[in-house]
Design a protein around this ligand. Structure first.
Ligand SMILES: Nc1ncnc2c1ncn2[C@@H]1O[C@H](COP(=O)(O)OP(=O)(O)OP(=O)(O)O)[C@@H](O)[C@H]1O
Length: 308
């Protein structure tokens, strides 16, 4: 659906995007994560045919950005991180204006605009003036706008930036809904956890290089092959820690405050021996749980020493 081959863009001496290889299938929701200036916007603009690469290729639905840019523009909805809205226009007029620009004409046009408004939960603002919307509402109208021509692919540049937590969650839910419509989506963000439950694939970019790329499940596996346990005992924590450290199925024991963090040997899956060991030695367990690996921890582990 989307493929880039050694996609590269330079600005003078600066390599903004460096030999970027990416492959996404239909229905993939790809979280494109990277700090400021890492090359996310540049990559998306090249895929959207708004910027020419210096080297490499990109394809959307098998069409090349060099030979079929117009076809790609029909297939892609690109929402930039900042986009202008027009004063003195109602929400519905704004959408109709863009629908006309996409050559959506005739009696069906109003209906399409109303449908997209409904999809982004903005029907109640259809007659509001666009310059009087909040940032969150503006983002939603922006989304409605890129959906007008029914693109197969959505490139969304930081749609949740600058929004308060509640609106960020709403935008995330909206992305989920779009994913369910089988759209292929690239959505960028500075923050990985924000996209964790919406994306099935993630890529981490730093200084133009894609450091990590793959399915969320595979990345999790890559990060952690061994189980981590969090254990607390009522007293003699350090002694309990060294007792566990001596066990052959335990790889490593560390302290995190009062919590003993036990890393098992990679192949060990059954850890029922540990509570037994502690209880038989007379310790009272106040906490015993497997540490959940969230995407934030994964991000930190995957990019340790890479992202500055
Ligand atoms: N038109 C330009 N001329 C010169 N340098 C540019 C231009 N556009 C981008 N850059 C540089 O290219 C690099 C990548 O920028 P890009 O906007 O792609 O990053 P980004 O990951 O989208 O950042 P942000 O999260 O801040 O939006 C940055 O160092 C930026 O300063």
């Amino acid at each position: 659906m989307i493929k880039t081959v050694n996609l590269t863009k330079k600005y003078g001496d600066l390599i903004a995007v460096n030999h970027l290889n990416l492959e996404l299938d239909q229905g993939d929701v790809f979280g494109f994560i990277g700090p400021n200036g890492s090359g996310k916007t540049t990559t998306m603009r090249m895929i959207a045919t708004l910027l020419n690469p210096d080297y490499g290729e990109a394809y959307v639905c098998g069409k090349s950005i060099y030979t079929d840019p117009e076809e790609i523009r029909r297939l892609v909805g690109f929402m930039p991180d900042f986009f202008g809205v027009y004063d003195d226009m109602k929400v519905i007029e704004y959408l109709e204006f863009f629908a006309a620009a996409y050559r959506i004409n005739g009696p069906g046009r109003r209906k399409i605009c109303e449908e997209k408004l409904e999809l982004v939960d903005m029907t109640y603002k259809r007659d509001a003036m666009v310059n009087q919307l909040s940032r969150g509402q503006t983002q939603r109208i922006g989304l409605a706008r890129v959906l007008l021509h029914e693109p197969e692919v959505l490139l969304l540049d930081e749609p949740a930036s600058g929004l308060d937590p509640r609106v960020r969650i709403e935008i995330r839910n909206l992305l989920k809904r779009l994913g369910e419509l089988n759209k292929t989506i690239i959505v960028s963000s500075h923050i990985l956890p924000e996209l964790a439950d919406v994306c099935n694939k993630v890529g981490i970019i730093e200084k133009g290089e894609l450091l990590v790329n793959g399915s969320v499940t595979d990345l999790m596996k890559q990060v952690r092959s061994a189980i981590l346990l969090n254990i607390c005992v009522a007293k003699d924590t350090e002694k309990a820690a060294s007792l566990m450290e001596q066990h052959s199925e335990v790889d490593e024991v560390n302290m995190r405050g009062d919590v003993i963090v036990v890393r098992l040997q990679p192949e060990v899956r059954d850890y029922s021996f540990l509570p037994s060991l502690l209880i038989e030695a007379g310790y009272k367990l106040t906490l015993f749980r497997e540490e959940e690996l969230n995407l934030e921890t994964a991000f930190m582990e995957l990019t340790r020493g890479l992202v500055q």
